[in-house]
Design a protein around this ligand. Structure first.
Ligand code: ZN
Length: 409
């Protein structure tokens, strides 16, 4: 007798409402059912059409009218880091200037120092706690960037931890090498010298250990210029890695057009993106990622060009940008709310921004991001009356169950 499971399905969910998510709307199917086989969605549709299956041998879950969406995707985070910047936050609110804070060792340099000094276990546990917080709100895939090591040893350390999290945590992790995040103190006044290191020894070591799924940079007056960013992209291209970019956050340097010319996966922040840039990313199929948490925390006033992005039908994604300096928050539900309240996105656009479009921003749209037969069975069961409720409220977590590759986590 074979021990092979010959059932049509491994598990079946009934009495649910589906928000399957597509390019134009929620893709709602009410009074629905969803069936899983081998970690994938094997069937979905109206419950009355559910094919026959061995009801005695197949676990059956009653949704009792709950809503089911695709697992949420946080496509931009920096959750591996040492220390925190609460003291700096307090100093600023007590009236300290940027110079005072820098003189006290604050700013990104303090996170670089704390990350370099932290051992791997400390960094792993702290990042795991942040990942847990995201998962409890329905996140099943997270992108994690390096960028606080800024030397070969510590950039590798960050990426190894991110990879390890992906292996041991139910949430899928995509890693991004962000060596060109900031200038380390050792390279003060020698940005080109640092970019030599990033494009040479550092990226080679990252590739040798297969630690990165993509390469990112911070193209900004306080980051790296267009030419330096181009060199990082050329190096990524040589190694066959896709690129994405922190672009147009504080000014318009044309970083988005540059990223588009490399068929970038995404351009992120983009408050200062103009129509020329919007057209360029549209033509390249690059996703526009907006980060309302950083906009809020930095008390920015320049709005990302949501209406232009709509007009040109550019896919828009939303992410936490979880990081200790400019977005110290690990709540995807808060991002849904802020995308609507701060950027005037619609609740559908917000939800598409953490599902179908976030998947595209990571290059995983064939596997996850929508509820479709054949896709990985990553989904969330919500105690809500309508999908718009996910963006409408926060602080009351309606997430009942998170299912990852068919398993309840
Ligand atoms: Zn970022």
């Amino acid at each position: 007798m074979s021990l092979k499971n010959n059932n049509v399905f491994d598990s079946v969910w009934v009495d649910i409402n589906l928000a399957t998510i597509n390019e134009t709307d929620y893709g709602i199917i009410e009074d629905a059912a969803l069936a899983i086989k081998d970690g994938k969605i094997a069937w979905l549709g109206a419950k009355k059409d559910l094919p026959e299956f061995d009801a005695l041998a197949t676990p059956l879950y009653q949704g009792r009218g709950a809503w089911v969406t695709p697992g949420l995707i946080d496509c931009h985070s920096h959750i591996v880091y040492g220390g925190d910047r609460a003291k700096e936050f307090e100093m600023r609110l007590e009236g300290a200037s940027y110079q005072d804070i820098a003189a006290a060792g604050g700013g990104i340099v303090s996170t670089v120092k704390a990350t370099r000094e932290a051992d791997e276990e400390t960094l792993y546990v702290a990042a795991k706690n942040r990942l847990n917080a995201l998962m409890k709100e329905g996140v099943t895939t997270v992108e994690i960037k390096s960028g606080y090591g800024l030397d070969v040893e510590n950039e590798l350390k960050m990426l190894r931890i991110a990879r390890l999290l992906g292996q041991h945590h139910p949430v899928d992790v995509k890693t991004t090498f962000l060596g060109a995040h900031a200038l380390p103190p050792e390279f003060k006044d020698n940005a080109d010298g640092y970019i030599d290191l990033v494009c040479g020894e550092m990226l080679e070591a990252v590739v040798a250990e297969d630690l990165a799924d993509a390469v990112d940079a911070f193209c900004e007056s306080v980051g790296f210029n267009l030419e330096q960013t181009r060199r990082v992209f050329d190096a990524a291209k040589q190694h066959g890695l896709p690129v994405k970019l922190h672009a147009e956050q504080m000014s318009n340097l044309g970083g988005s057009e540059l990223a588009a010319s490399y068929q970038g996966l995404s351009v992120d922040h983009i408050e200062y993106l103009d129509e020329q840039g919007v057209k360029a990313i549209k033509a390249a199929g690059t996703v526009a990622v907006v980060l309302p948490g950083a906009f809020y925390f930095l008390r920015e006033t320049q709005q990302p060009p949501i209406e232009l992005l709509r007009q040109h039908q550019v896919p828009m994604a939303i992410a936490t940008d979880a990081n200790p300096g400019s977005s110290p928050l690990c709540s995807i539900q808060l991002m849904l709310n802020m995308a609507c309240t701060l950027f005037r996105m619609t609740p559908y656009e917000a939800l598409a921004g953490v599902t179908i479009h976030a998947a595209k921003a990571l290059g995983v749209e064939e596997e996850v991001g929508t509820l479709e037969v054949g896709k990985q069975a990553d989904f969330v069961v919500w105690d809500i009356n309508h999908p718009a409720q996910l963006a409408y409220q926060f602080g009351v977590n309606p997430c009942q169950q998170v299912i990852k590759a068919g398993n309840i986590v």
